[in-house]
Design a protein around this ligand. Structure first.
Ligand code: HEC
Ligand code: HEC
Length: 444
């Protein structure tokens, strides 16, 4: 596997970027053997010497065509365990300065991402904003507020002890910090609790995408015997007895009638308001604050889009393609077996595929993956190895359901610097902490 030499998607877009060009030219001189010049903005490279020994593939990747030496690929691994060479401190800082310059420009001019031909790619970008609401359940402040009350109200569960907010906690990134939560009757749930943040934008919900709307999801969770274990009738009956709720439903829906349909509509409306705010370092950087990202995070962003290949699946403003992929975590034929998307579609191709999670605020929602077994370092190690690949047992040799790992995953050869930088980028997606304490719930 050689390093791909990449083109700017549209080299013309670069023309206006005089400062970038100056910096790139400065860096390129060491490859061309010509005399070294100073960049126009001395802060960018002052005091840094870029020596002829620089062999970082990234440098080639971001150099525009005329400046690139295509014969040098920097590093050719001989085994899956080989690591890319570490950069020396001065090389590292020069590269980071270059990348900061390049990534400070609008995303349309960023270096081309490393993606496979069949990947569905949308560029990364600022968070979308206010949330989206379907025509058959439009937003109103009164409905969202009612939904927030219901979200916190344990009386919606059969035994009146468990609320949505028991497992989706604002301070914990709208997840619950556990590998797997305990459901009704303290049964261990099968999958890790995902964050609710931005789930209103997601066309399919749950790890396997079995719910097509937040309304359908809410109806399922309320009645699921391992979760809230309630029946529509008992919930409606309980709420009807409470004057505070009758009034809140009147405000939200125009009259005091309380139905299961209205209950799930209100909860879904509240969940759709739980969206990212542009408070993360990454968003501040995108908004023009050049210093909002550390050198490590800027380089991590570049790795995420290029050599680490993350954007094959995590792309767009929320860092998800909304599709389903197999990372090798099916645990096929073993205790934690989970066939994922296959359970919904019954298509053998879908065995072990799970929805690509959005990564906004991801550092707040450990532990990770549908099994909830990994920390962020562990996740990066899985990708570095080219996904998880348990040895196939002989009994499965001709099994048509035997899970196939995504072809987007290949060994990455990342070194410690690279992994640290990817981690820094993931942390730059962390938003301002939000507390969402329970509202006063109707007592009568
Ligand atoms: C006992 C813990 C628990 C409770 C209570 C709970 N959830 Fe969840 N929630 C989970 C788990 C676990 C999943 C993932 C299940 C799966 O994918 O199969 C999940 C998934 C979700 C998702 C999907 C997110 C996505 O991006 O796919 C949403 C939305 C959600 N829950 C909303 C709610 C709402 C609304 C309520 C209250 C009606 C609720 N949850 C109650 C544990 C819980
Ligand atoms: C082939 C598509 C694909 C690629 C490439 C990919 N991811 Fe993922 N990512 C997924 C899927 C699917 C999951 C959930 C898998 C599961 O739970 O079994 C996931 C999960 C994660 C999680 C855990 C999120 C959570 O809430 O549990 C993180 C963090 C993550 N990926 C980061 C990365 C980084 C960093 C890279 C690049 C090094 C990357 N991903 C490359 C598809 C991909």
């Amino acid at each position: 596997m050689g390093w791909k030499v990449l083109m700017f998607r549209d080299a013309n877009k670069l023309r206006g970027l005089a400062r970038t060009a100056a910096l790139l030219a400065c860096l390129s001189l060491c490859y061309c053997g010509a005399e070294r010049r100073r960049a126009e903005d001395p802060r960018d490279v002052e005091g840094m010497s870029v020596t002829a020994s620089v062999s970082e593939a990234d440098l080639f990747d971001v150099l525009p065509d005329p400046l690139r030496t295509t014969t040098q690929t920097g590093f050719t691994p001989t085994s899956d365990r080989d690591e890319r060479p570490m950069l020396k401190e001065h090389q590292y800082r020069s590269l980071a300065a270059l990348l900061r310059e390049v990534y400070s420009q609008p995303p349309t001019t960023w270096p081309a991402p490393h993606i496979d031909p069949d990947a569905e790619f949308t560029e990364l970008g600022p968070v979308p904003g206010k949330g989206v609401f379907p025509e058959d359940n439009p937003y109103s402040a009164a409905k969202a507020e009612l939904g927030r009350m219901l979200f916190f109200d344990g009386r919606l569960s059969g035994p009146q002890q468990m609320a949505c907010a028991s497992c989706h906690v604002a301070d914990l990134g709208w997840a619950d910090g556990r590998a797997r939560s305990l459901g009704h009757g303290t049964v261990q749930l099968e999958r890790n609790t995902p964050s609710l943040l931005n789930s209103g934008y997601s066309p399919t919900l749950f790890w396997d995408g079995r719910a097509k709307s937040l309304e359908a999801l809410t109806a399922e969770v309320l009645q699921n015997t391992d979760e809230m274990h309630a029946t529509p009738d008992e919930i409606v009956e309980r709420l009807l007895r409470l004057k505070g709720y009758r009034e809140a439903f009147a405000k939200a829906f125009g009259d005091e009638e309380i139905t299961f349909e209205r209950i799930i509509q209100a909860i879904a409306t509240h969940v759709r308001t739980v969206v990212s705010e542009p408070s993360s370092d990454f968003d501040r950087f995108l908004a023009g604050k050049r210093d909002a990202l550390s050198d490590e995070a800027v380089r991590g962003l570049h790795l995420f889009r290029t050599d680490a290949r993350c954007v094959n699946c995590h792309n767009g403003p929320l860092l998800t393609d909304g599709r389903f992929h197999n990372l090798g975590l099916t645990y096929y034929g073993r205790k934690y077996e989970d066939l994922g998307r296959y359970r919904v579609t019954k298509d053998p191709q879908d065995v072990g595929r799970f929805k690509t999670p959005a990564l906004r605020n991801v550092a707040r929602t450990a532990p990770y993956m549908h099994v909830g077994f990994f920390d962020l370092e562990g996740v990066i190690n899985i990708y570095n190895a080219g996904g998880a690949e348990p040895r196939m047992r002989e009994e499965f040799a001709n099994d048509p359901l035997y899970p196939k790992k995504s072809h987007h995953l290949v060994p990455l050869h990342l070194n410690e610097q690279d992994k640290r930088d990817l981690l820094a980028f993931l942390h730059s997606l962390t938003e301002r902490r939000r507390r969402d304490l329970a509202p006063d719930l109707p007592k009568e």
